[in-house]
Design a protein around this ligand. Structure first.
Ligand code: ADP
Length: 572
């Protein structure tokens, strides 16, 4: 057992340690996962902003710019503002040392504002736009290859006093020469923060979740420059597990992510507990399996031991009657008897011993049939009392000679039972035989047949050595013999009661034992009767007439013998 338990304990400790390590790793892995979710969210926002830029600013024709078709550019910028109410401002700023004339055109809520080359350098809005663009270009020092759109979030308004939100998000795209060789300026637009809060962020979130949101989905929230929450994808956020600057689109803001009503620590802990529980269950099952295997092995070993004892007991059981038969048969054959009484005595011994042999052999043959599942029964409505009486008659002489007093009490008018006559006789015979063999000084046997709760009860009681309570179940097991007390002296095969149990159960009945060491034993066979409505008899109504030799004495006649003979049983 120690050899098994020690590795299990070591395994348990190793598992516990690795689970504790796993708890830390789980925490880091979940945190990394959340970081990636935030980055995906940010990418979604970038994509939407880029798509907006392509749709709007992408429509500005470089040819119009190069050839200074101001009206067409102004129309395009106005159209952007009209079709996209989220845009506060749309503008084009052309400033390149390669050009003689620079200019800027702004579409504002107040209308179109054009700044020509002459006022270009002094115009604060132009300078402010260029500065913001330069900032955006600087901040995206390592832009994603192929990305042309730049973003900047600024507190400064290009047109102070105009009806434009101060904290604006700028989207810029470069304006290149018609031949694509070099940049000559930029186009841009600002987005209203209400649009960002109410449309851009929820839409990007919706695409990120794609309907997969449930209670375990993390909650993303966006904080402004004053750490005020401007957007949240859900309620009940316990705390920000990861907080990152919302680059590149909302550089001044932060995005955070966490779980609803729980934290990573709590999640990792509950995961740890779950794993520990699973391991606990697995190890309990393992131990239970080991215990079962151990018990099975012990039982198997006991069975092997019992079989060995069985062989030695049976050999002895076979040898003793055989040598007695041979001895007395030879004596008779050689005519070495002094008188006819002596001869009679020898015949009796030969008869008794050959019956004993037959019974033993029948039990062994029967047992092997039961084991092979070949034991068959022929059930017929039978008077059980008659079967019991026949068994006792066949045993009467033997009991008398051994000095036993047998009392029989049979209830009259018992209903019949559906039984196999031969098999039931064998079961009763085994009980009576045991009662004789396991009796010591008090040689009294009582046999009764009566109705008990709709069943027919056959009771065989003795005042012999008795059986300890702990053994009551086991004595019905094959080969099992009680190994304590007086029983030691009596040889046996350990098959008798196993056969009784099998026969009785085949009759849908049961066999019980009441016994205590030194107080005798009472074995009861309960058989379902065919007509259970027969009246239950009060014990005193038992007919003494039905008793077979109420006090069987040594004077019992040889004529009453013979009834049951296993040798005549066609099954054996
Ligand atoms: P066997 O008698 O051949 O050993 P059984 O199966 O008939 O095998 O009985 C099993 C064991 O039960 C016996 O070894 C004995 O210890 C105990 N036993 C059976 N009947 C009695 C009885 N009437 N009184 C005391 N012990 C009994």
């Amino acid at each position: 057992m120690i050899a098994v338990l020690l590795p299990v304990v070591i395994l348990l400790l190793a598992q516990y340690r690795s689970l504790a390590g796993l708890e830390g790793k789980t925490r880091a892995a979940v945190q990394e996962n959340l970081r990636q979710t935030l980055q995906s969210f940010s990418c979604g926002v970038v994509k939407k902003a880029e798509a907006l830029a392509t749709e709007t600013l992408g429509g500005i024709d470089p040819a119009d710019v190069e050839e200074e078709r101001f009206d067409r550019i102004a129309d395009r910028l106005s159209a952007i503002r009209q079709s996209h109410p989220e845009a506060d401002l749309a503008f084009v700023v052309i400033h390149c040392s390669c050009r003689k004339k620079n200019f800027a055109i702004f579409a504002t809520p107040e209308g179109i504002r054009r700044i020509d080359h002459d006022h270009f350098k002094q115009a604060p809005e132009v300078q402010s736009a260029i500065e913001t663009y330069n900032n955006a270009a600087l901040l995206s020092a390592a832009p994603v290859p192929g990305r042309k759109t730049l973003f900047e979030q600024s507190h400064c308004s290009i047109f102070p006093g105009a009806k434009i939100e101060p904290s604006s998000v700028f989207i810029f795209t470069p304006v290149n020469k018609v031949d694509g060789e070099g940049q000559i300026g930029f186009a841009g637009m600002t987005l209203k923060s209400r649009y960002i809060r109410e449309q851009l962020l929820p839409q990007a979130m919706g695409e990120l979740l794609r309907g997969a949101g449930d209670d375990s989905t993390p909650v993303i929230s966006v904080l402004d420059e004053n750490d005020r929450e401007v957007y949240s994808s859900g309620s009940g956020l316990a705390r920000h597990e990861v907080l990152l600057p919302f680059i590149p689109v909302l550089r001044q803001w932060k995005m955070g992510i966490g779980y609803r009503n729980t934290t990573i620590e709590a999640l990792a802990r509950s995961q740890f507990r779950q794993n520990l529980l699973l391991i606990g269950v697995a190890i309990s099952l393992l131990i239970a399996g080991l215990i079962l295997a151990l018990r099975a092995t012990t039982r198997e070993m006991k069975l092997v031991e019992a079989k060995t004892t069985f062989v030695s007991n049976v050999s002895h059981e076979l040898k003793t009657p055989l040598s007695l038969i041979r001895l007395f048969a030879e004596t008779l054959e050689l005519g070495r008897v002094r008188n006819p009484e002596e001869a009679q005595e020898y015949f009796r011994i030969i008869n008794r011993e050959s019956r004993r042999l037959t019974r033993l052999i029948n039990n062994i043959l029967d047992f092997s049939k039961i084991e092979a599942g070949r034991r068959q029964y022929q059930f017929a409505e039978t008077d059980v009392a008659e079967v019991v009486t026949e068994v006792l008659q066949s045993y009467e002489r033997q009991m008398t000679n051994a000095g036993f007093e047998a009392r029989t009490s049979i209830q009259p008018d018992l209903p019949p039972a559906l039984i196999d006559r031969e098999a039931m006789a064998q079961a009763v015979l085994n009980l009576v035989d045991n009662a004789i063999r396991y009796s010591d000084q008090a040689k009294r046997i009582e046999v009764s047949v009566r109705l008990r709760g709709g069943d027919i009860a056959i009771e065989v009681a003795d005042q012999g050595v008795g059986i300890p309570k702990a053994e009551h179940q086991r004595i019905f097991e094959k080969f099992y013999r009680v190994s304590t007390g007086l029983v030691h002296d009596t040889k046996g095969s350990g098959l008798g009661l196993a056969i009784v149990k099998h026969i009785v159960e085949a009759h849908h009945g049961r066999v019980t034992v009441e016994s205590a060491p030194g107080k005798g034993s009472r074995f009861t066979i309960l058989l379902p009767s065919v007509r259970s409505e027969a009246p239950e008899a009060a014990p005193e109504s038992l007919s003494p007439d039905a008793a077979l030799g109420a006090h069987t004495s040594g004077a019992a006649s040889a004529a009453s013998m013979g009834g049951y003979s296993v040798a005549e049983n066609p099954h054996h």
